[in-house]
Design a protein around this ligand. Sequence first.
Ligand code: ADP
Length: 271
Amino acid sequence: RGGKPDKVIPFAQPGNLTKVIGVASGKGGVGKSSVTVNLAVALAKMGRSVGVLDADIYGHSVPDLLGLGEARPTLVEDMIMPVPALDGLKVISVGMLKPSRDQVVAWRGPILDRALTQLLSDVFWGDLDYLILDLPPGTGDVAMSLGQKIPGSEVLVVTTPQQAASDVAERAGTMAHIMEQRVIGVVENMSWLEHTCPNCDEVHRLELFGAGGGELVAEALTDRVGYSVEQLAQIPFDEALLAGGDRGTPIVDSAPDHPAARALTQLAQDI
Ligand code: ADP
């Protein structure tokens, strides 16, 4: 420690009014980034002031999911100005700090920790109602750093209905608890596919990836943390969510009547 004063993280100061939520998952590919982005957009559409910090060093897909392309933050004096997205959303991604898109970030431990501090303290977030962080999958360094830096931060755990995914999600939640972060609940993603039967016109739920993973994680976490952790949402597999992600137009904005969009908007209202 070279004698420099510690950086000030506004969200860690007494009287902070911003709700800081880390979105965690045990493994990649369960839809953590999609949930982060759609939750943030849904909150912004409700008139909340929302920041998104993409701290997923392995994926950093948030800018693409929001259609931000190669946008880079600007510097004003020594503050980093977040990139504006739809509905007043403010976005920063670790990917925006890389000189080129193709460069692999091989940050570890202390450097990663410093990068997170910088994104929390040197970015001009302004007054936020919510700061939502897309955490790297697993029980890694970044989730632990967040717990240390912002003791009042909370964690939302995303899983699929699959047993294997729910086991690792539970570990991520347990780690959050050890870091004294409150676990606000579990989101089960890709819960089913709504399918209209061509013969009888009834809508069936096809459980593509099994069933019960979200409830399992919620129950296991409840046992560990000593308070009730609930499954807050089940989000169906929805082709429009996938297409919206590819196009950079989040489904809660571009197709709000779709099943997944309705579930995500409800989640934003409940959180
Ligand atoms: P993670 O952040 O956990 O790695 P992503 O959010 O990047 O996961 O999602 C992985 C892939 O699955 C993406 O292509 C995304 O569009 C797709 N996806 C996520 N959730 C759904 C869903 N409910 N319905 C359809 N596709 C989904």
